[in-house]
Design a protein around this ligand. Sequence first.
Ligand code: ADP
Ligand code: MG
Length: 318
Amino acid sequence: MVSEFDLIRRFFTRSTPGAMLGVGDDAALLRVGSGMELAVSTDMLVSGTHFFPDTNPFSLGYKALAVNLSDMAAMAAQPRWATLALSLPEVDEMWLEKFSAGLFALADEHHVELIGGDTTRGPLNLCITIMGEVPRGAALRRSGAQVGDDVWVSGVLGDAALALAHVQGHMQLAAKDFAACTSALHQPVPRVALGLALRGVAHCAIDISDGLLADLGHILKCSNVGAEITFNALPASSTMQRYLEQSLGKCCVLAGGDDYELCFTVSVEDRSEVEKIAANLGLLLTRIGTITAEKQCIVRAADGSVINIEEPGYDHFR
Ligand code: ADP
Ligand code: MG
């Protein structure tokens, strides 16, 4: 029988040169750079709610960290450390091997160190707390949007929701289309480098975890402003474009969750700065609308008519 301590040692203990003290004591010890603020965020993934119990454990380890890195990106913080609270129904060494490989694959890519956690027996549940550094005052808060700002998003929208709609039987995708968008669902790419590049350029940012409309809505509420979005400007993958005529396809782009792209606002004068960042990072950044003084979010179709986002169907993803 493997003890909890063996398990932690085998699967979750790595060297942590960026911490004063890592796994193995009653607490880790961290030192934040001078002039820096510590950005801290927690995201929990619950089996049956956020993922299917039979999800490939490598993807699960990867995604559990990815969603947390995405929060650091949205704050323009440099991710540094993470803790992992793990509740497991049984000790399955094969599962743990793959889970930790997925987690550390992404952690290594971002030089994030796992510095502690907790391991207990119980329903499968993964909770990561991530910590990052951001120069004092440089974090991108939700409250900074200004009237007249351009609204931007990174990457493409809706692929993860499209894959999920297929898995849940709400939509029937061609096999090659499902193959093309399934990685968006299982292995989203956190936009950490973009978040860092947006320091001093963007007025605010959020990561899109609950769908563009919901998350942009948080920016609008916190900033006390509204927005006008052009539906045809929304970035969609070539796969997604094939489903845009269907109302569920539109829903995926506007309101589907799990994109983990960044939505941010920048003053019109700084458009070329954003274009430079896009070129430097080799990342698609798209201007999708404008921040307005009227405190509502309007989505316009190509002919100028307003798309009614309150109609049933759009609720499906809320
Ligand atoms: P305590 O009894 O003080 O809670 P634990 O036995 O739970 O200590 O943990 C021992 C050490 O292992 C601690 O440093 C803790 O942070 C670390 N740890 C426990 N579980 C994990 C995990 N899943 N991943 C990383 N570190 C872990
Ligand atoms: Mg403990």
